[in-house]
Ligand binder design. Structure first.
Ligand SMILES: Nc1ncnc2c1ncn2[C@@H]1O[C@H](COP(=O)(O)OP(=O)(O)O)[C@@H](O)[C@H]1O
Ligand SMILES: [Mg+2]
Length: 346
């Protein structure tokens, strides 16, 4: 059986953190790195939990040791037990040799337990024992071995809620969240979007030996206003794709962006499913800096906003949206292309 987990000796990762929220996360990570305390990192998928875990490892005195990441949600119970604790030859069918588990493999370093909220009650009991006693027993063995690993855990579920629902043990919860950090979704820290775009444009341009790929102001606005349900991972993938498709010296237009980039509802309740129609008192202009924008930019932004809301109101229906705006369908199509939006044929 092969090791499914990853043993690495990572360099300290580059983390873009312009927003106050993200700087707080990094401050806490730096302080946590000075201790041996178990850390719990909560956040939606793609927000950077593993990146922060690696940062903690790289800033800690365990930095020269291994960093081992294991996704607890990716295994059946018995495979996870063998993955984490190791097994002895003959412990079960297929256990043809002794095998060290993650806790032993990461001796002197850090174990990253990803998706700890996905573990079964039986596994939670075992993890509690490891965290309390700092000892592991390989599956099929009775010999206890001392564990010299620091634990950083992550979850995209709300662990406190899982505790209330009795699907996550309260005692393990408190053992895990000695230090706890929550990384907000990207849509709650829009200040990070532009620097992330710039960072990844440069990164992927370098990786692909391309130069001078820039976003038009309109394309940039679409990216900044997107809700990014997949958070930084999704943004990173979008920029990678843009750079892959664009020759050097391109200015990217909205129509060159992925079709599924939706617009964040202006005024931004992230959970809002429906966007209200604009009324006279609520300014539709949301992102352009008023003291710098040209008349055309402001007009574009206002138009995009009105079209997005109206389209939303008619559930994306092209004919109804065009009728209600008293424009032809082809004019509406041109606007949608211009602003990187999409509607639905009826
Ligand atoms: N603040 C950030 N700066 C730069 N890259 C980031 C940042 N946050 C996340 N990423 C990148 O986004 C992707 C997802 O991050 P990851 O740590 O795996 O998220 P999670 O573990 O929360 O799902 C990775 O490629 C990571 O390098
Ligand atoms: Mg992850």
């Amino acid at each position: 059986m092969q090791f499914a987990h990853q043993v690495t000796h990572p360099d300290e990762p580059v983390i873009i953190a312009r927003s106050a929220q993200m700087r707080r996360v990094l401050d806490l990570a730096a302080r946590a790195a000075q201790s041996e305390a178990t850390v719990l990192i909560q956040g939606e998928t793609g927000t950077g939990k593993e990146l922060v875990a690696r940062t903690i490892h790289c800033k800690s005195k365990r930095r020269t040791g291994p960093f081992v990441a294991v996704n607890c949600g990716a295994y059946s119970d018995s495979l996870l037990a063998s993955e984490l604790f190791g097994h002895q030859r003959g412990a079960f069918t297929g256990a043809i040799a002794d095998r060290v588990g993650v806790f032993e493999a990461a001796a002197g370093g850090t174990v990253f337990l990803d998706e700890i909220g996905a573990t079964s009650p039986a596994m939670q009991v075992k993890l509690l024992r490891v965290l309390q006693e700092r000892r592991v027993t390989r599956v099929g063995s009775s010999l206890e071995r001392a564990v010299d690993t620091r634990v950083v855990a992550a979850t995209n579920a709300d662990l406190a809620e899982l505790v209330r629902d009795k699907t996550f043990r309260e005692d393990l919860y408190y053992r895990v969240k000695v230090v706890s950090s929550r990384i907000p979704p990207l849509r709650e820290r829009p200040d990070d979007i532009k620097p992330l775009i710039d960072h990844y444009l440069e990164h992927f341009a370098n990786a692909n030996a391309k130069t001078d790929i820039h976003l038009s102001p309109e394309a940039e606005r679409v990216l900044i206003n997107h809700r990014w349900p997949g958070n930084v991972r999704q943004l990173c993938g979008e920029i990678e794709q843009i750079v892959a498709m664009a020759p050097s010296g391109t200015i990217i237009k909205p129509r060159e962006l992925s079709e599924d980039l939706d617009e964040r509802p202006p005024g931004g309740d992230p959970g809002a499913a429906e966007t209200p129609l604009p009324n006279a008192s609520s300014s539709a202009v949301t992102s352009t800096n008023d003291t710098e924008a040209t008349y055309q930019q402001l007009l574009d932004e206002w138009t995009r906003d009105v079209v997005a809301r109206r389209l939303d109101h008619f559930a994306g229906n092209i004919t109804k949206t065009a009728q209600s705006l008293a424009i032809s369908r082809s004019t509406l199509y041109a606007l949608l292309r211009k602003y990187g939006m999409r509607g639905q044929e009826d």
